[in-house]
Design a protein around this ligand. Structure first.
Ligand SMILES: CC(C)(COP(=O)(O)OP(=O)(O)OC[C@H]1O[C@@H](n2cnc3c(N)ncnc32)[C@H](O)[C@@H]1OP(=O)(O)O)[C@@H](O)C(=O)NCCC(=O)NCCS
Length: 197
């Protein structure tokens, strides 16, 4: 396999979770949290309907590998031993030349406060830095999204920028805070990670 593409073997196992592609059988579990206005407040999509979820499952979320820049890989977060889908994570591949990517995550609030989003996001950093050999991965949030900022800080990502009232987001100006991590920083912080997985 070329290091310029990512074809993970599923499921990806972490201490407490399984990460795997979403399927049509996940529609109800996705709707349970992605339809909620509180969950969607600081993410770039509106509360989702069953139709929108069905469309995403058939298109963007059907991706299981990253083969070129401009693509993104969304994986479901399943709580180990339960079969329950509790959220989803995404890895964007922004640039082949600059080896840049981005992570994002959404969790069902019923499962918040246990470190699951952090654990799943760390697995995506491993895929990005280890599997895809990215040089730099960012996380971008609305400044008011403090739980999300804590996830990124807990992962060891550095705050690099604060873009004041940068985007007109859902009818109001959003101040964007940008976090980043370089491959060297990642492998220093997580020495058990390898550059191939
Ligand atoms: C952002 C979001 C995923 C954060 O959820 P979360 O539950 O706070 O994050 P985690 O699952 O990593 O849990 C971390 C919390 O669990 C606690 N925790 C408990 N056990 C833990 C463990 N074993 N390991 C790590 N943290 C643990 C942590 O202390 C932390 O609490 P704190 O933030 O109050 O200090 C969630 O708020 C969400 O889905 N929001 C809506 C979507 C969204 O905004 N996504 C981000 C877009 S940029």
């Amino acid at each position: 396999m070329s290091p310029d593409e990512l074809r993970p073997a599923y499921p990806i196992r972490t201490e407490r979770l399984l990460l795997r592609p979403l399927t049509a059988a996940d529609a109800e579990a996705l709707l349970a949290y992605r339809s909620r206005p509180d969950v969607c407040r600081y993410v770039p999509f509106q509360p989702m309907t069953p139709e929108v979820i069905a469309d995403r499952l058939a298109t963007h979320w059907a991706t299981t590998a990253l083969t070129d820049e401009g693509q993104s890989l969304t994986l479901g977060i399943e709580l180990g031993g339960t079969g329950r889908l509790i959220g989803d994570v995404i890895l964007f591949w922004h640039s082949r030349q600059h080896r840049g990517g981005e992570i994002g995550y959404v969790l069902n609030p019923e499962f918040a406060g246990e470190g699951y989003a952090t654990e799943a996001a760390l697995a995506m950093l491993r895929l990005g830095f280890g599997g895809l050999r990215l040089h730099r991965i960012i996380g971008r949030i609305d400044e008011r999204n403090e739980p999300s900022a804590r996830v990124l800080r807990r992962l060891g990502m550095r705050q690099e920028a604060r873009l004041v009232r940068n985007e007109l987001f859902k009818g109001e100006w959003s101040t964007e805070v940008d976090f980043a991590m370089l491959a060297d920083e990642f492998f220093f912080r997580y020495p058990d990670s390898t550059r191939s997985a």
